[in-house]
Design a protein around this ligand. Sequence first.
Ligand SMILES: [Cu+2]
Length: 385
Amino acid sequence: MTSSSHSTYPDSSSEAFWGAGALLMGFLVAVLAFTSVMMWIDARNARDNVHSAVATSTNGMAGMPGMTGSSTAATGTMTSYAGAAPANADALAAAHTPYPATLPPLQPGAVADVNLVLTDITTQIAPGVKYAAWAWANGAPGPIIHVRQGQLVKITLTNKGAIPHSVDFHAARIAPNKAFTDVLPGKSVSYTFRANDPGVFMYHCGTKPVLMHIANGMYGAIVVEPKPGVLPPADKNYVLVASEWYLNSDGLNAPAQFDMAKAHARQPDWMTFNGYAGQYVKHPLTANPGDLVRFWVVDAGPSLDTDFHIVGTILDTAYPFGDLNPADALHNVQTVTVPAGGGGVFDVKIDDPGLYPFVSHAFAAVDEGQVGLLNVGNVKGTMSH
Ligand SMILES: [Cu+2]
């Protein structure tokens, strides 16, 4: 403000000067006030424009009841393909072989040998929705790996894709510049680490742009079983890998590919457990009444959290972040966040037979496919949630 610098002059006691200064001050205040009103009006107009854009896109979504029928919606400059489906989507969902969520047995011996193959593969991420993935021999996620705490894990990665890839194990304490290096097409790499930390961990390709390599399907889960006696034995062990898919087309005719703008905006078209929308709704996971059911959940992201919740029950014991120290566990909680790049382990015992949906309770995720059912007691029928 010019008047404040004037006030430091030694002859500033002149009344005339102060009068002019005050006049100038008043004028500046008026200008400032006018400017802020104009800025507020601009901001309001901008906000109204955003509101009408959102309203337009919401109207577009209204033509999409129950995720059937192909439909698109404008989200700003982006087009959402959420819920796109062919007429025979229900039959395709029934014919789909679900990703095996059951935790595989441990490997005996001192060393767990893990062979991973990366490849370019067209996969389905929802009924009738094809996606040109960079993933594993059987699509995304990669195989569930199950090792004992303290076991030496020998990873062999073979790259059958067209570009360099790598594999980063969150369960490892190892110099990434040595272990997680790029493997050229046609080549293999091996490294070992000792699985000293129990929990459930993500593994993924760490080649740049990592966002794209993960979003294209290059992720999976490794369970490091704690020493016997740390956790109560479970009757059922299920592994769920949550992730998002960002599509540049609906994928119904030709395979969709990755859309970087949507990935940066964190606006997925589909969100899944174990790579395929709603697969455990059509093919529920099972348990007997009173079973201790343990969910080992990894959120592969690449960017959104999963808010794990089972409808109709309460998580008896939750091991947030996959920290399996029983002293750190939470009891009788409704929903626990699994962060992108993190894990969580959840124990439930359900006595009342029925169909219990498990979801990310960030509910856009449910609409986009991150939902499944736990059928307790082999009850008939199905439900969508
Ligand atoms: Cu990769």
